[in-house]
Design a protein around this ligand. Structure first.
Ligand code: IPM
Ligand code: MG
Length: 359
């Protein structure tokens, strides 16, 4: 049966980078992968066209899709919108919530060819291979009550950081399973010295641990984890944490690999339906210039093939093609350094396509 892939280019550099990733999806189609591609509007693009960052038609298509490829959402054009429900980011958060995409996989993998592009010393990052599991449908991003209101003559803003045992257990199990498939080390990140919600988080992780005796579980406070990521990142294999800490730590981990422009992600629900997107944002400062790095989006397609479409051979072929292009010294501006050849978004996409087709 043909599987449905929904393409959501979004805003900023989103359309440019998804166009390159779609070329690779079409090449997979030519190799016999039975997929149907559709697209729809999300984020600021959805707001401009329909007055809603997550138009109904988009949500319906998303629910019906086996997998979604999303570029990026947001930009200064919409930052002034008073109604937070209309902000482009709500399109993304709404998709995560409506589809129940609770497990966000953010791998920080250093391509050896990019060790020089990292802001850390090559020996600190050489061989780096971390997988961050970020809980994506709960925590302070979604907790109620939330808002801005007047109290005692001044405005106060408030959010609620809340996790149920069930939510913690679900992401915890996904993390233990992931560690099992990798280096069997799991570090759970919390702030259990201050926040009750993460005391419960730690308790639940400890409760699960005996079921996974082959995985070594450790705990770390989030401030220390941020420091350890830039001090000695290779100590980590799998990290698991809540929505907000995961947002922050995954950006830090991304930079270890040379550029956030290299990092793909997968967001999965219990049925392995998934949304795939680069970890970086819409980069409005470089949108429309043809200089954005499409590799994170192309690598997100590889993750889609692996996690939602069960096509590991095609996934590997894409990853190998990316490696080959880097071997050939091609670099978009974000990962270029003296001695490499700087190319445009489209040239990079075409080079990966050629390497994929010749594999
Ligand atoms: C991310 C982004 C989003 C988040 C924004 C755009 C809402 O930073 O996917 O990491 O905070 O989750
Ligand atoms: Mg983020």
């Amino acid at each position: 049966m043909s599987r449905k892939i929904l393409i959501l280019p979004g805003d900023g550099i989103g359309p440019e980078i998804t166009a390159e990733a779609v070329k690779i999806l079409k090449a997979c189609q030519q190799q016999g992968l039975d997929i149907e591609l559709e697209d729809a509007l999300v984020g600021g693009a959805g707001f401009d066209a329909e007055g809603d960052p997550l138009p109904k038609a988009t949500l319906e298509k998303a629910k019906a899709a086996d997998a979604i490829l999303l570029g990026a959402v947001g930009g200064p054009k919409w930052d002034g919108l008073e109604d937070i429900q209309k902000r482009p980011e709500k399109g993304l958060l709404g998709l995560r919530k409506h589809l129940g995409l609770f497990a966000n996989l953010r791998p920080a993998l250093l391509y050896p060819q990019l060790a020089e592009a990292s802001s850390l010393k090559p020996e600190v990052v050489a061989g780096l291979d971390i997988m961050i599991l970020r809980e994506l449908t709960g925590g302070i991003y979604f907790g109620q009550p939330r808002g801005i209101e007047e109290r005692d003559g001044q405005r106060v803003g408030f959010n609620t950081y809340v996790y149920s045992e069930g939510e913690i257990e679900r992401i915890g199990r996904a993390a233990f399973e992931m560690a099992r498939k990798r280096g069997r080390k799991l570090c759970s990140v919390d702030k259990a010295n201050v926040l009750e919600v993460t005391m419960l988080w730690r308790e639940v992780m400890n409760r699960l641990a005996p079921e996974y005796p082959d995985v070594e579980l450790s705990h770390m406070y989030v401030d220390n984890a941020a420091m350890q990521l830039v001090r000695a990142p290779k100590q980590f294999d799998v990290m698991v944490t809540g929505n907000m800490f995961g947002d922050i730590l995954s950006d830090a981990a991304a930079m270890l690999t040379g550029s956030i422009g290299m990092l793909p992600s997968a967001s999965l629900n219990e049925r392995n339906q998934g949304m795939y997107e680069p970890c970086h944002g819409s980069a409005p400062d470089i949108a429309g210039q043809g200089v954005a790095n499409p590799l994170a989006t192309i690598l997100s397609v590889a993750m889609m093939l692996r996690y939602s479409l069960d096509e590991p051979a095609l996934a590997e072929r894409i990853e190998t093609a990316v490696g080959r292009v880097l071997d050939d010294n091609l670099r978009t501006a974000d990962i270029a350094y003296p001695g490499t050849r700087e190319v445009s978004t489209q040239e990079m996409g075409d080079a990966v396509l050629a390497a994929f087709n010749h594999a």
